[in-house]
Design a protein around this ligand. Structure first.
Ligand code: IMP
Ligand code: MG
Length: 173
């Protein structure tokens, strides 16, 4: 059996708060529009909900496809990415979004690729963070929804052995 770790109501209000901070910070930095690069599949719901709460900026969105778990619940060490975006990055204000930062290895890899495209600013936003597992060389996230303990979670976009992405709450195995 699984239990709810973070309810849909808590996710909703936190996503609104994050969208407000992000809108305010990017506006202060002189942005009129932002490019959101979100990591598929896990950040699907998070990116969709957060973007819908950004009202004062024009928004472009595209995804990077990344998979490291497959049918497992612990990483195999090999991260596969595919990144072929049409949205503007060079000289733009970019927000990178993922479902969870754990060791930080996945995001480091993808952020290095985005940096090569020379965005004007690059901020990072994660719904969840497992700080206890962070690697030394990992990035420091700019925005985090919730700090969680080292538990395997799923729901609200995150999967457990390929199912559960549709669940409205975040659950723990
Ligand atoms: P990292 O490279 O260790 O930071 O792992 C980040 C990636 O692992 C995320 O993009 C997630 O897809 C996946 N991940 C880490 N922890 C969990 C979890 O508890 N549930 C589902 N996916 C997870
Ligand atoms: Mg992921």
């Amino acid at each position: 059996m699984s239990k709810i770790l973070i309810s849909r109501a808590k996710i909703n209000s936190r996503v609104k708060e994050l969208a407000e901070s992000i809108s305010e910070d990017f506006s202060k930095a002189g942005a009129e529009r932002i490019s959101i690069i979100w990591v598929a599949n896990g950040a699907l719901m998070f990116a969709a909900d957060l973007a819908r709460n950004i009202k004062s900026l024009a928004v472009s969105m595209d995804c990077i496809k990344c998979s490291s778990y497959g049918m497992e619940t612990s990483p195999r060490g090999k991260v596969e990415t595919s990144f072929d975006t049409q949205i503007p990055i060079k000289g733009e204000h970019v927000l990178f979004m993922d479902d969870i930062i754990d060791t930080g290895n996945t995001s480091k890899l993808m952020l290095d690729r985005i940096k090569k495209l020379r965005p004007k600013t690059l901020k990072t936003c994660f719904l969840l963070s497992k700080i206890s597992r962070r690697a030394k060389k990992a990035i420091k996230p700019d925005y985090v929804g919730f700090e969680i303990p080292d538990l395997f979670v799923y729901g609200y976009g995150l999967d457990a052995r390929l199912i559960g992405r549709n669940l409205p709450d975040i659950r723990v195995m």
